[in-house]
Design a protein around this ligand. Sequence first.
Ligand SMILES: [Zn+2]
Length: 233
Amino acid sequence: MPNPTTRRSDGRASVGTFNRLAAGLANAGRSFYARGWVLGTSGNFSAVLGKKPLRLAITATGVDKGLLTAGHFLEIDHTAKVLRGAGKPSAEALLHLTLVRVRGAGAVLHTHSVWSTILSEAFAPSGGLAVADYEMLKGLEGVATHEHREWLPILENSQDMAALAHQIEATLERSPDAHGFLLRRHGLYTWGRDLPEARRHVEILEFLLEVLGRTWRAAGREAPARPAREPGL
Ligand SMILES: [Zn+2]
């Protein structure tokens, strides 16, 4: 028998489930804004409300992330059709749906930080960025030691979300252990099995990107001139 607290007869999540996850996402968003990772209306956040049928709570487009509240979230289905809330979903909703499908993510978080923007341009010729041997890597799910090499793929930015979703899927097939990826001159995508894990991944990856960026700058290094190899290739 369906649980009346989590599922309504029209397939939407219960108001309680929606409000709880929307409030958690709004809280994460305001925290990221305070760190300078989602200034203005940049970035978008989602969490899975239900899997069968798939329902997602996701930011409405055009909302100032410093003012984000639970009221700025929409419930969408697997086609990004709005089932609850006012406004349109983010243009990048298709990317969130793709990550939920191919990674089994329970939450997907996307930031536009200064360092992810700079490094995604500098390392684009390599097709990605390697982060290795930092203690903070242990904050990534499944990583138990600092002796770990995390490969963050970098994809060309695009406004064609269907094409970008296909490229993301193909890229993640080649990097099955990746905890996130960068879009060139755009920002970071990461995810987790639930919202706390995804939020932790944003904090860990943004920290590592800033460390890498500052170190790279301080050393006066040039961006790599030619593509480096991805792991396993
Ligand atoms: Zn974006």
